[in-house]
Design a protein around this ligand. Structure first.
Ligand code: M6R
Length: 611
């Protein structure tokens, strides 16, 4: 969704801001803009479409300045257009702001500003309201920060706002409430951004700004204040990723790079949690026997791909720890008055840690007394900060909108979490744990091997890319993976795909099977293998074209399926980490054949910070 970059320092602000915005393109946006302080005035350039359009608009204009802000906008209030693009200014054009989030009472505020104060609005955005409010308060304030502070008192909603003033050229003022904001710490240059990847090239140290805090950023000084404007000391956060982590490194798309990074990221997620003697060390998780013994119910709540990781998590926790688990889509959980109390463990799963629905569901569970544990990728994100226990996935930056390595590391974390719970509660023997861990540790190498020999998926995609609809079926853990396979395909190739538990087919969906209907059938679970063979037989009898996914050695399915993709052999419980990968590759190559914008599919954003 929207992205923010701000710069104040000795260098040319335009270069840093355009570069930072490019790094945030992956979040999804439909217009971009920049404002700098130049010779006592605000100079703004903004354009609908990509950053290339903005660069063309800027053309040879040096926009020479040491202070500026930039934005990529994902339209919410008002269509994507030059006028609605950020930055926005007050009437006198002495201040400029960019904003991520939504101002809920903007209509009320806009009415007051237009009717009582006769202010003329240029755009349809809620953001312009903020600009006029700040402009208004500037008239009787000593500083930009005073005016920004007063404006925030009028606003309801979620925001990260970054402001500059023509009258105070060496300063950026930023505030946040429920929208991420970080400050990058350089030498004689400081930075503001909504996301760390924008700053990877420039800084190794950050301040993570908390809710309701204001930050004043100058070239040599950064000051943070709480909501009562008292100064705050903040510990520096060290960035461990290097700038390459957010580059394509020779791959055609980020998605492909991230698919190929999975052996490494899964290995990292496991080995970080093992001590020298092979015992689990659950960094960030303080759940001991007495905590776990109190838990009567677990909710796993998430959206999209993270929700699909939760479906596997339910299976694992119930199997290893024997605690009942419900998995909910976050946007539903928060509106259904779920039964939650202090014997509930709420597990939020989120790559970005900023998904608003997940965050609000978490808050709802917290209000009702649940203990909050999160499985998150982005360090210091809102979900992480608001949780009692945090288990980082350590996947590194995931840039493609379609989640791949974040998903498999979420799965890895769910394995470790479920094993930890089972062991601590004494519901799992040391022996079982040791042999399961041994096999889990072999998965990255198996996956590497599979990826090195996966050319057939590209060939298959070339043959099948032209379908209008695709079905994904499976049983048990395979059913959870078929949901993920289906989501991956539809979001990047725009093919209408549908996943269903194979046993449910007969209860309605089989009516859609016709000669040639493409079905991807996952059949990796030994104890359900024969049942799956029957399901495949049923759809074959209606003429479906079946591509099966099975474990090496389980060849009986060749008699039924038109094509079989074999994944390396492993225990049933571990197949999700392997079986999802051919589905990711299939989606990727199908989307490529169809000429789709793979890393930035239409209408989607990397982090969904609106309801
Ligand atoms: O950042 P989150 O994990 O909370 O995001 C949740 C979903 O928006 C996300 O998984 C989405 O479904 C992906 N585009 C799937 O590839």
């Amino acid at each position: 969704m929207c992205g923010i970059v701000g710069y104040v320092g000795r260098n040319n602000a335009k270069e840093v801001i355009l570069d930072g915005l490019t790094k945030l393109e992956y979040r999804g946006y439909d217009s971009a803009g920049i404002a700098v302080v130049q010779e006592g005035k605000i100079n703004i350039k903004k354009h609908v479409g990509g950053i290339e359009n903005l660069k063309n608009l800027i053309g040879k204009d040096p926009l020479k300045s040491h202070t500026g802000i930039g934005h990529t906008r994902w339209a919410t209030h008002g269509a994507p257009s030059d006028i609605n693009a950020h930055p926005h200014t007050d009437e006198d054009e002495t201040i400029a702001i960019v904003h991520n989030g939504i101002i809920e009472n903007y209509i009320e505020l806009k009415n007051v500003l237009t009717e009582k104060l006769n202010i003329k609005f240029k755009s349809e955005t809620d953001t312009e309201v903020i600009a006029h409010l700040i402009g208004l308060y500037m008239k009787d304030s000593d500083t930009l920060e005073d005016a920004v502070y007063k404006a925030t008192l009028d606003m309801r909603g979620a925001y990260a706002i970054v402001a500059i003033s023509a009258k105070d050229p060496d300063k950026i003022v930023a505030v946040r409430k429920d929208a991420p904001l970080v400050v990058g710490l350089g030498k004689g240059s400081n930075y503001v951004a909504s996301d760390i990847p924008a700053l990877l090239k420039y800084v190794k140290k950050l301040y993570l700004i908390e809710n309701n805090e204001m930050v004043i950023v100058r070239p040599d000084k950064v000051e943070i204040f709480d909501e009562n404007r008292r100064p705050i000391e903040r510990e520096e956060f060290n960035i461990t990723w290097d700038a390459d982590a957010a580059e394509k490194e020779g791959y055609e798309h980020f998605m492909l790079k991230e698919i190929y990074e999975q052996p490494k990221s899964i290995r990292e997620a496991i080995t970080r949690r093992l001590d020298e003697s092979g015992k689990l060390k659950m960094d960030g998780i303080a759940l001991d026997y007495s905590d776990l013994n109190k838990i009567r119910k677990i909710y796993i709540v998430a959206c999209g791909t993270a929700y699909h990781a939760g479906l596997v998590g339910k299976y694992l926790i119930e199997k290893f720890a024997k605690i009942p688990v419900e998995v909910d889509v976050a946007s539903e959980f928060r509106y259904r008055d779920p039964i939650v109390d202090d014997s509930t463990l709420f597990i939020a799963i989120s790559q970005s840690g900023e998904t608003l629905d997940t965050l609000e569901a978490l808050r709802e569970a917290k209000r009702k007394g649940a203990r909050i544990l999160s499985v998150v990728n982005v360090v210091g994100s809102s979900v992480a900060r608001e949780s009692d226990d945090v288990f980082y996935t350590w996947a590194g930056p995931e840039i493609a909108v379609a989640s791949t390595k974040a998903y498999t590391t979420q799965l890895t974390c769910m394995y470790l979490l479920a094993l930890h719970m089972g062991l601590t509660l004494g519901r799992l023997t040391e022996e079982y744990f040791n042999s399961f861990m041994e096999e889990l540790l072999e998965i990255p190498a198996k996956l590497e091997d599979y990826l090195n020999n996966s050319k057939e998926i590209e060939e298959l995609a070339k043959k099948l890319y032209n379908r209008d609809q695709v079905f994904f079926i499976g049983r048990g853990l395979d059913s959870a993976i078929s949901y993920e396979g289906s989501l991956k395909l539809k979001e990047i190739s725009y093919i209408n795909s549908f996943a269903i538990a194979a046993g449910e087919l007969k209860h309605g969906t089989i009516a859609l099977m016709e000669p040639g209907t493409l079905v991807l059938a996952l059949a990796t679970q030994d104890f359900l293998y024969e049942k799956m063979l029957s399901n495949v037989q049923e759809i074959k009898a209606r003429g479906a074209y079946v591509v099966a996914v099975a474990k090496e050695g389980n060849e009986a399915i060749e008699a039924q399926a038109n094509h079989v993709i074999y994944i390396p052999n492993c225990s049933d419980g571990l197949t999700p980490l392997l079986s999802v990968v051919p589905l990711q590759l299939f989606s990727y190559y199908v989307a490529k054949e169809r000429g789709c914008n793979i890393d930035k599919p239409k209408n989607l954003a990397k982090s969904v910070t609106v309801e």
